[in-house]
Design a protein around this ligand. Structure first.
Ligand code: ADP
Ligand code: ZN
Length: 670
């Protein structure tokens, strides 16, 4: 008999490849890296299966070239998790591997065996540890309730208002786990991984802490991975979404902070996984517990708690009895009519800013658009410069004097006159860059910083801005949603949302939920220490019901309203959604494929399939995009439904008329 192995290769193919183990080679274990030939190349893959076959049947198979490590790089539990992800998110195992391992781990040069010469240095922390802070009575109650509920539930949702001290509660739970010799995985949105958080954890846990995210170098990530796999490593991992792929041998608890955050969902490339679902599976497989924490739970998680699937703990008091901020709305229509505006600032906002600056307080201004102006338009013929490769208008950037596509990054110089008719070009709308200009004009003496994608491109930029603001070297911080994420500044007394309307007008069933979360989170930055803060929201739509919820911080009522809507319109969590995203550079061909697939899906799923949708951005990087949404009853057999969908996709893609069309399933899109 010949020994055969199946190998996962870093390719977007659904099947694994099979190779023969030559007679003079020991049989590699499942989870070992091997070097195998692929066409004319040699590639690294991971053994996913072992079997045997009669020698004569294995003649056409190629031989494994090399076993690369003395250890398996992947545990059985990890492989189980990978398989679950591939099934659940309808993607090849090769894609899961690419997402799960640091790039270098697939390098031929890399070895799991410790190599003293090449050993990578990881950050080490001071050994002088601090005691954890004693919990307040409210925090103690939450802590005890979490522990009690973990006796009967695997997952608990902790809904704690901003600044209630969720992090302190986590620290106590982590300490308990470490004392029992367990590991803890602490997940946070990428952007929240600042020294603000890691300093706090490191002071208590010292070198038991490791930080794992995209700004850690690949070499360091590989070293952390190796240590975790060989279990030589510290016990508390703080990381962004991809940390769910690290090996754990004694995992006791997963904490997912800001569980509602969209950045937990990977969008590109596949697998389009949600770190919350993966973390829950990861914990489930090894009988660890999961704590989801947030001030503004996702509708899905809150629903699971309501249904008793998750435990539920509330922490409704801010630390030191701090008041939640007062929310003031400003009706922009009225302000413009009365000409009580200075650029994009209403007179009352300017007055309040001036008062706070006089009191040496700090201010955060939130506008969820970067650049100077979202588009330019010809005043004569109405033409709007668009990206040649994407179906979007170009954003005007003042600093670089360029028009920039925010989808593909393409840039062109700003046209002096309209390229079509020679008319005069005017900018419309405003982004953070313009806001900065306006603030300088209004408050020439104030120290201003801006935090958005454009000002945080270099490694330490983000950190530097946060630190400067923390040290009160900056009076006014202007930013996009980056400023809404779990940061603590003691002197911020006023937060202003320059225009809430863009947030409210998204054509999506989650738009109200998201707008609420974003606005509630950004207002959580106001009034941290000492006095209650204020949040001023400028809007053309002051009667929108969302503002009533916000004004009262009525997160629960907001949820009730949303869940009722979701049920009426058959949205998640009552129905599960699977979106199929179709792409091709030829719009005609794409249409043909989309209609065909749509027809066939309808034959199987009937009214559960929507029409072919043209997304609001229907072309990106020369590729046209169409979408088909399928919504399946939550109680239905979802695995079977996915299989039927995959069969239809495979059928359609095999047709000559659909050649080259890409179909990307997006399971539970957000
Ligand atoms: P949340 O994560 O709920 O927004 P944090 O845990 O970050 O809130 O707490 C907000 C602030 O209050 C932090 O500066 C934190 O150090 C402080 N704080 C919270 N609980 C305590 C406590 N028990 N003892 C001392 N300081 C606390
Ligand atoms: Zn573009």
């Amino acid at each position: 008999m010949a020994v055969l192995i199946d190998v996962i290769l870093p390719l977007a193919i659904s099947a694994t490849y099979t190779y023969r183990v030559p007679d003079n080679m020991p049989c590699p274990q499942i989870g070992t890296r091997v070097l195998v030939p692929l066409a004319k190349k040699e590639v690294v893959g991971i053994v996913s299966n072992l079997h045997t076959s009669p020698v004569e049947d294995s003649i056409r198979l190629r031989d494994v070239l090399e076993i690369m490590d003395p250890y398996t790089i992947l545990s059985d539990e990890q492989l189980t998790l990978w398989r679950w992800i591939a099934d659940y998110y309808m993607c090849p195992l090769g894609d899961v591997m690419a997402a799960a391992l640091p790039a270098k781990a697939m390098d031929r040069q890399y070895t799991m065996a410790e190599n003293k010469r090449r050993r990578v240095k990881l950050d080490t922390f001071s050994d002088e540890l601090e005691e954890k802070k004693p919990l307040t009575p409210a925090q103690t109650a939450a802590y005890e309730s979490i522990n009690n509920q973990f006796k009967s539930k695997d997952i608990v949702l902790l809904q704690g208002v901003t600044s209630s001290g969720k992090t302190e509660v986590y620290i106590h739970l982590i300490a308990d786990q470490l004392a029992q010799g367990h590991q803890v995985l602490y997940l946070v949105p990428e952007i929240a991984l600042t020294t603000q958080l890691t300093d706090r954890l490191q002071r208590v846990f010292g070198n038991q802490l490791r930080v794992y995210h995209s700004r850690v170098s690949d070499a360091q990530r590989v070293e952390i991975y190796r240590q975790q796999r060989l279990d030589e490593s510290p016990r508390l991992i703080v990381g962004a979404r991809s940390a769910v792929f690290l090996p754990f041998s004694h995992l006791g608890l997963v904490i997912m902070d800001e569980e509602h955050e969209l950045s937990y969902k990977q969008q590109e490339p596949a697998p389009r996984y949600h770190a919350r679902s993966v973390a829950i599976m990861l914990a489930h497989n090894v009988r660890a517990k999961v704590l989801l924490g947030t001030a503004t739970p996702s509708v899905e998680s809150r629903y699971n708690a309501e249904q008793g699937k998750y435990g539920y703990v509330c922490l409704s008091e801010r630390y030191q009895g701090l008041q939640l901020p007062k929310i003031t709305l400003i009706d922009l229509q009225r302000q413009y009519k009365r000409k009580e505006m200075y650029d994009h600032f209403s007179d009352p906002l300017v007055a309040r800013m001036r008062e706070e600056l006089d009191k040496h307080k700090q201010i955060i201004l939130f506008q969820n658009r970067r650049g100077y102006a979202p588009f330019m338009q010809c005043t004569r013929c109405g033409a709007i410069p668009k990206c040649t490769d994407c179906d979007v208008s170009l954003t005007f950037h003042m600093a670089s004097r360029q028009l920039v596509c925010h989808y593909c990054g393409a840039t062109t110089p700003v046209p002096a006159v309209c390229p079509h008719c020679g008319g005069e070009m005017k900018i419309h709308g405003f982004g953070t860059e313009k806001l900065e200009d306006e603030v300088h004009n209004l408050f020439p003496d104030a120290r201003v910083a801006r935090m958005d994608l454009d000002t945080t491109r270099k490694k330490n930029d983000y950190e530097d801005i946060i630190n400067a603001f923390s040290r009160h070297e900056v009076d006014i911080l202007i930013g996009t949603q980056m400023v809404t994420k779990g940061l603590h500044f003691d002197d911020v007394s006023l937060v202003a949302v320059l225009s809430a309307d863009h947030l409210l007008s998204q054509p999506d069933f989650r738009s109200a939920e998201r707008a609420y979360q974003m606005l509630e989170q950004v207002s959580g930055r106001a009034g941290r220490k000492g006095s209650a803060g204020e949040v001023i929201i400028q809007t053309f739509d002051p009667t929108n019901p969302i503002f009533d919820y916000l004004r009262n911080h009525a997160t629960e009522q907001m949820y009730m309203n949303q869940i009722a809507e979701r049920e009426t319109f058959r949205f998640p969590p009552f129905h599960r959604q699977i979106s199929l995203i179709l792409r091709h550079s030829d719009e005609q061909r794409l249409w043909a494929a989309a209609s065909l697939l749509h027809t066939r899906l309808q034959q199987v799923f009937g009214a559960r399939v929507t029409d072919v949708v043209t997304p609001s951005v229907a072309k990106v990087q020369k590729m046209f995009i169409r979408q088909i949404n399928i919504r399946i009853e939550a109680k239905a057999n979802i695995a079977k439904a996915k299989q039927m969908i995959s069969e239809q996709i495979a059928y359609v893609l095999a047709l000559p008329a659909c050649k080259g069309v890409v179909v990307l399933p997006d399971v539970d899109p957000v």
